[in-house]
Ligand binder design. Structure first.
Ligand SMILES: NC(=O)c1ccc[n+]([C@@H]2O[C@H](COP(=O)([O-])OP(=O)(O)OC[C@H]3O[C@@H](n4cnc5c(N)ncnc54)[C@H](OP(=O)(O)O)[C@@H]3O)[C@@H](O)[C@H]2O)c1
Length: 280
């Protein structure tokens, strides 16, 4: 498995298995078990996905050593101060059944509940401080953020002792977030591409279908190869065994620069939600 290297030297497998909207219980257990069986070594979950218990059980029951798996979870919006963030890290590890996390992210930069009172700058600084302490204590091997736009990132960088190593944002054909990507790259922050298939909205697109046919690949494989070509780390989600397996088969071809440009401006897919304007 190809990998990227984070600023602290940690290797991170170049594709991760996404688990948003996979319900806790048999479905999460079976999907993650199958993903690990066919070669994924990187799993992305979050406190709010509600499936940490089943994800952890699938990891524990797999034939892989804990050290062979890269596991990410994310701190949810209801954690707005140091103590609640710190307690939630321990709770996530307990649910996942692990004694360390590979990567821990702040899930959302500007939750609705803190917008008109403490504000995102103070909330993120407090949560980040708990994450830095967990990092220093060896509970997490890397720390980062998700859905952070330039102003959230710049505010965090003012107080952070450790710079975020990752920003997980929506990146897919037609959703390139150029300004944010450039800022992250300037700070050596790895970009993880969530919803790399546009949460399914890429399927049926005639431009990508024709391109996939030319390469002898599927629409999903073309979208994931686009991510890798850009230096992003895609996190495709699937509960369908054939799709789970096929989404890994992306390391044996390269898209041409011309096709990359066509995908950059593709229309009709879901795009990044504005994190300052949500009701959660
Ligand atoms: N940090 C955040 O705020 C955030 C937000 C969104 C997502 N994420 C992360 O990114 C991951 C992926 O994003 P996503 O869940 O939005 O969706 P996605 O991976 O872009 O797309 C998933 C959809 O595509 C379908 N699919 C997957 N592979 C396919 C294939 N080879 N052929 C045909 N259909 C295929 C899936 O259906 P089947 O399941 O039936 O295959 C599902 O409907 C999430 O699971 C999560 O880990 C993070």
């Amino acid at each position: 498995m190809k990998s990227y290297t984070l600023t602290n030297g940690l290797e991170i497998p170049a594709i991760g298995f996404g688990t948003w909207q996979i319900p806790d219980g048999q479905e999460a257990y079976d999907s993650v078990s199958y993903a690990l069986e066919v070669g994924y070594t990187h799993v992305d979950t979050a406190q709010i996905y509600g499936n940490e218990v089943s994800v952890g059980k699938a990891i524990a029951d797999s034939k892989l050593d804990r050290s062979a798996i890269f596991l990410t979870t994310k701190i949810w919006n209801d954690k707005a101060d140091y103590d609640s963030a710190a307690a939630s890290i321990d709770e996530s590890m307990k649910k996942l059944g692990v004694d360390y996390l590979d990567l821990l992210l702040i899930h959302w930069p500007n939750p609705a509940g803190i917008r008109d009172n403490i504000g995102y700058e103070a909330r993120n600084a407090a949560v980040w401080s708990a994450m830095e302490d967990a990092y220093e204590a060896g509970k997490v091997k890397a720390i980062g953020v998700s859905n952070f736009m330039p102003h959230h990132l710049e505010a965090l960088l003012e107080t952070a002792e450790i710079k975020p190593m990752v920003n997980q944002i929506m990146l897919a054909p037609g959703c390139t977030q150029d300004e944010l990507v450039a800022l992250c790259q300037e700070h050596d922050i790895l970009l993880e591409a969530y919803s790399p298939l546009g949460t399914g909205t890429i399927f049926g697109n005639p431009v990508v279908e024709a391109m996939a046919e030319r390469y002898g690949k599927t629409v999903a494989q073309v979208a994931l190869a686009w991510s890798l070509h850009k230096g992003f780390l895609p996190l495709p989600k699937s509960v369908t065994p054939a799709n789970i397996k096929a989404n890994l088969d992306i390391f044996d071809f390269e898209l041409s620069d011309e096709d990359i440009k066509v995908l950059d401006v593709l229309e009709g897919l879901k795009t990044q939600t504005n994190p300052d304007h949500t009701n959660f």
